[in-house]
Design a binder for this molecule. Structure first.
Ligand code: PMP
Length: 416
């Protein structure tokens, strides 16, 4: 039985107050809070083991290197990568995707090739492909969003038919919560000879993700959204795709032999980790993965489905609210984007803050989706994680009711 109160007790920040009331943290799609073992791993590293990795023979260097490589093995096991060598530590999802754009796409794409992405992407999985298309002469085409906030797959085969080399899509939308059928899309892409990059920023923290089952070539995710520290993330690369990648950054640590005239590259993953890596944060990400593994990702997912169902049920009491996301909770993560009549999302967010409730307002780094497909300038967004409770959803709904009272009928119209 999932004991959310026991989970909450592991997160020091959840016991603090803001504005004189208990914090209700519902901005988890932006970043997650950190449990005590993750914070302890950071402190332990700097108090006892700090040294540069892969270069020294002294005790601290060996300890740091061992812990860093153990963390890589934990992250690899968490997503069922065939080997730790298939996991490259990066700063975040954005850097992971840029690494693929710089190290794979820049080497492989030719004029007339096609990159296929979708209308529901975060800027991090759209802007690098706009650039890759522009610099290589490839064409960027997008799978459309259907009216039910899922991907419209009716165009998929047609989009894949002409020189598609890469499909880059999100596993779970940070705006809509939509969980995409990555396995079916990967199968179709494989048949068409295209590689597949999955943006796992909102899936790896929230549901079981198995790269070998999905069959994708690349999976990008951020540590900070999955209980780990900011400043570390990971890129999974399949063995086949790894063969096709040149270096991303060049310098120390990623080389085998260097002369004054030339250099050769270390084998992966070192080839892609130039310079001193973020050792402490990678080790703490290992602690986060241990924590998530002990809870069980299927349990985390179940908890979030129940909470989202409860939230959507309670939102029905708010006549002025419109929510954006699939009705089918089996394909929806714990994200509820919404409008509240004519109240601007930033006003909602500020009013909620005075009640201790932290949510996000804006375009959520998905400007084309929010503006051109949802047809609103911004939305408010509550996003749940493994430590959130029904009582916190109640606090959110009460605060929204107070917000509506405060802004009054004059400002509140149901959006057309
Ligand atoms: N993709 C998605 C779906 C996201 O939600 C985010 C973070 N909001 C990112 C990419 C970018 O993550 P980061 O800022 O950690 O690079």
């Amino acid at each position: 039985m999932y004991d959310v109160e026991r989970v909450r007790a592991d997160f020091p920040i959840l016991s603090r107050e803001v504005n004189g009331v208990p914090l209700v943290y519902l901005d988890n799609a932006a970043t997650s809070q950190k449990p005590a073992p993750v914070i302890a791993a950071l402190v332990d590293y700097y108090e006892r083991h700090n040294a540069n990795v892969h270069r020294g023979a002294h005790a601290l260097a060996v300890e740091a290197t061992t812990a860093y490589e153990e963390a890589r093995a934990k992250v690899a096991a968490f997503i069922n990568a065939p080997s730790p060598e298939n996991v490259i530590f990066v700063r975040n999802t954005t850097e992971a995707i840029n690494l693929v754009a710089g190290a794979w796409a820049a080497e492989r794409l030719r004029p007339g090739d096609r990159i296929v992405s979708t209308e529901i992407e975060h800027h991090s999985n759209l802007v690098p492909w706009q650039h890759a298309a522009r610099t290589s002469g490839a064409e960027l085409r997008l799978l459309a969003m259907a009216d039910d906030y899922t991907l419209d797959l009716s165009d998929l085969d047609a989009l894949l038919s002409a020189n598609a080399r890469l499909v880059a899509l999100t596993h779970s939308s940070n705006v809509l919560g939509t969980i995409t059928p990555v396995k079916a899309i990967t199968d179709a892409a494989r048949r068409a000879g295209a590689r597949v990059l999955v943006d796992g920023a909102q899936s790896v923290p929230h549901l079981p993700v198995d790269v070998q089952d999905i069959g994708c070539d690349f999976l990008a995710f951020s540590g900070h959204k999955m209980l780990g520290p900011m400043g570390v993330g990971a890129l999974y690369v399949s063995p086949d795709a790894m063969e096709e990648m040149g270096p991303f950054l060049r310098g120390g640590e990623m080389v085998l032999e260097v002369t004054y005239a030339d250099a050769s590259w270390a084998p992966p993953p070192m080839k892609f980790e130039a310079g001193t890596p973020n050792v402490a944060d990678a080790i703490a990400l290992g602690a986060a993965v241990d924590y998530l593994g002990a809870l069980g990702m299927a349990n985390v997912r179940e908890h979030e489905i129940a909470l989202t169902a409860y939230a959507l049920e309670r939102f029905r009491e708010l006549e002025e609210a419109e929510t954006y996301g699939p009705a089918d909770l089996s394909i929806r993560g714990g994200v509820v984007s919404f409008s509240l009549g004519g109240v601007h999302p930033h006003d909602i967010s500020q009013a909620l803050d005075s009640c201790g409730v932290a949510i996000r307002a804006g375009h959520h780094c998905a400007m084309p989706l929010v503006r051109s497909r949802l047809n609103v300038p911004a939305t408010a967004r509550a996003s749940f994680y493994l430590y959130n409770t029904e009582a916190e959803v109640d606090a959110l709904v009460s605060a929204l009711k107070r917000t509506l009272e405060y802004f009054g009928d004059a400002d509140v119209r149901k959006p057309r």
